[in-house]
Write a protein that binds this ligand. Structure first.
Ligand code: 6R9
Length: 574
């Protein structure tokens, strides 16, 4: 640790208006934040209206809402155009008979059309389910089946991964592309948009009505459908203001895909509720492209993830010098622990402190953050935002004193808290098993000044490059491979990706282990589930450690991997 660089961090922090975090904590109330919206008197609202139409009506019609670019396309969409195009899409869905409360999935790479579809779905009161484009058939099937989705917006290239024939509730496939020849049950996005009116009767919903369904991984079972309500907008708006520090003139870029919660809460809702200009970059991660995106759009506020910052860091400082990044004024991170080393590097190359933020799919919005004016402690997630309280509690719900490690818990409620887990009330209740608390599944401690420090997951959920992967889902896929008898999956620490997925596999009788077989097994998971869920390492074992009830003991696998003692083995099979 270089003391010189730590001094830079301290010096910059002192420029900021300290005190204001404490002041905001004292004076803030969610009821006041709500008064920003006129619906707090009528009770009827719509997220997409508040994010887009309201600004278009208030004189921002010609202001850029979206600055989109990828390798072949570059486009500006104004607030007025965004309103009209999302209206058109709402009419397209209505014409197909889609109704309030129906689930509509969007499964396509980032493009302006994705955002018209997402906002249009919300405008008619349907519940949007965004899916990451890398998902393969099994992952798509699980999510559409569980939610009984009635429609999906996708592209011809991704269509083969949508098992239409096996999904009885799925009535409509809307295809985005050129020269679509729509078959039965299919519609051509562009043709339908062209015919639809740009005037829409918005569905005014109640604040607790469904907005979005994000599937995320736990340690057991299939992915869980985390359900959020329109009411979340209070938190999206307010954290956009106080954590992202968004002002009217900001050009904001969140690098996350809308298939993950960061790409909707902070890639759609927070920036537009605050009337900012939102940058979206399509395509894969490439350091040059990313810096060019920052430079050409003159991005002022940038929200990304530790794994991306680490990859930019390993791409070298020379690249940074080829670009003018002087527009940047506020940089933030989410998804996994942000290494102090990365913060120091950011100070050095971007002349910016990277502000860590902590939250989850389930929390819907940011909760523990390095508030802009707060003194940063590199390695800490920060403090609970005004209006919320966090604590470290033991397994009985007793609050632990500073410096003691335990369960990171948030005092309930807050506006963007999930409202249910689709089809799974008992899973939902598990999070609230300790009276008055939401139990996050992360372990952490609080220091004497109230900063929170992340320590790890309490369960076996793997966080690889900031993406949550459930070991059970990967294990289930592995055992479908004809050579695999049993499989156990863990996260193995990795300097770039945080963790990588490692699989321990026992083979069926008569099958010979080989490197080709390892590659084939990894490919099988990649093609069946998703590239990010495929094990980067596979180790063959004759037998896997199991409990007498047949559960693979992942903690024993982890201990093997890390060369640690295996602990209590009293429940092991033999
Ligand atoms: C928004 C998002 C949530 C899990 C969470 C924790 C990890 C998120 C973090 C962090 C350390 C941070 N996580 N932010 N760990 N420091 N600042 O990432 O949601 O995909 O549901 O993941 O990610 O383990 O429990 P999600």
């Amino acid at each position: 640790m270089s003391t010189e660089q730590d001094e830079i961090i301290r010096a910059v922090s002192q420029d900021a208006n300290l005190g204001s975090y404490e002041e905001a904590r004292r004076t803030f109330s969610w009821t006041d934040a709500e008064k920003h919206f006129t619906w707090h008197t009528t009770g009827k609202l719509n997220m997409a209206y508040e994010a887009i139409d309201r600004h278009a009506e208030a004189g921002l019609r010609h202001k850029a809402a979206l600055l989109y670019s990828d390798a072949t396309r570059s486009e500006t969409v104004t607030y007025g155009e965004m309103r009209d195009r999302s209206n058109r899409f709402g009419n397209v869905l209505r014409k197909l008979g889609v109704q309030k409360g129906d689930r509509v999935f969007i499964f396509m790479p980032r493009s302006p059309e994705l955002y018209y579809a997402l906002l249009g779905t919300i405008k008619i009161g349907a519940i949007v389910g965004p899916l990451f484009e890398a998902f393969m058939e099994q992952a798509v099937r699980d999510r559409l089946e569980d939610s009984e989705a009635v429609a999906i917006v996708t592209t011809p290239a991704l269509l083969p991964r949508v098992p239409v024939a096996d999904l009885p509730h799925l009535k409509h496939v809307i295809l985005v592309g050129d020269g679509i020849e729509a078959g039965p049950g299919q519609a051509d996005f562009h043709a339908e948009m062209g015919q639809a009116s740009d005037q829409l009767d918005i569905e005014w919903v109640d604040r607790e009505d469904g907005l979005i369904l994000h599937y995320t991984s736990g340690s057991t079972g299939k992915p869980k459908g985390v359900f959020h309500a329109h009411n979340a907008m209070i938190q999206h708006y307010y954290t956009g203001k106080i954590v992202l520090d968004l002002k009217a003139d900001d050009i904001y870029w969140c690098t996350a895909d809308p298939g993950w919660v960061t790409g909707t809460s902070y890639g759609v809702f927070a920036p537009w509720l605050n009337g900012a200009t939102n940058v979206i970059r399509g395509g894969r991660f490439k350091p040059q492209d990313w810096y060019a995106t920052l430079e050409s759009n003159k991005v002022t506020v940038w929200y990304s993830a530790p794994t991306s910052f680490r990859m930019l860091m390993s791409a070298g400082d020379d690249i940074v010098e080829q670009f003018d990044l002087s527009s940047l004024r506020h940089v933030l991170s989410v998804g996994e622990p942000l290494n102090p080393e990365v913060i120091r590097w950011g100070m050095h190359v971007y002349k910016q402190r990277i502000h860590d933020t902590w939250w989850m799919t389930e929390t819907g919005g940011q909760l523990i953050c390095n508030y802009p004016s707060m003194d940063i402690r590199p390695g800490s997630m920060g403090k609970p935002i005004p209006g919320t309280d966090a604590a470290i509690v033991d397994d009985e719900g007793n609050v632990l004193p500073p410096k003691r490690m335990g369960n990171l818990a948030i005092k309930t409620p807050w506006p963007s808290m999930m409202r249910k887990i689709w089809n799974n009330p008992s899973k939902y209740e598990e999070y609230f098993r300790l009276q008055g608390w939401y139990v996050s599944g992360d372990s952490a401690y609080m220091d004497e000044d109230g900063y929170f420090w992340f320590q790890g997951r309490v369960d076996d959920v793997i966080n690889t490059s900031g993406e949550r992967v459930g070991p059970f889902e990967v294990e289930s896929k592995l055992v479908e491979h004809p050579a695999v008898a049993e499989a156990g999956v863990i996260g193995k620490p990795d300097p770039l990706r945080g963790e990588i997925i490692k699989a321990f596999v026992s083979l069926r009788d008569g099958i010979e282990p080989s490197d080709e077989l390892k590659a084939d097994i990894a490919k099988f998971v990649k093609e069946g589930l998703a590239a990010h869920a495929a094990p980067r390492e596979i180790e063959f074992k004759d037998k896997l450690p199991k409990t007498r009830s047949g559960k693979i003991m992942r903690r024993v696998l982890k201990a093997w991997e890390l060369g640690l003692p295996t602990g209590d083995l009293s429940t092991i099979e033999d």
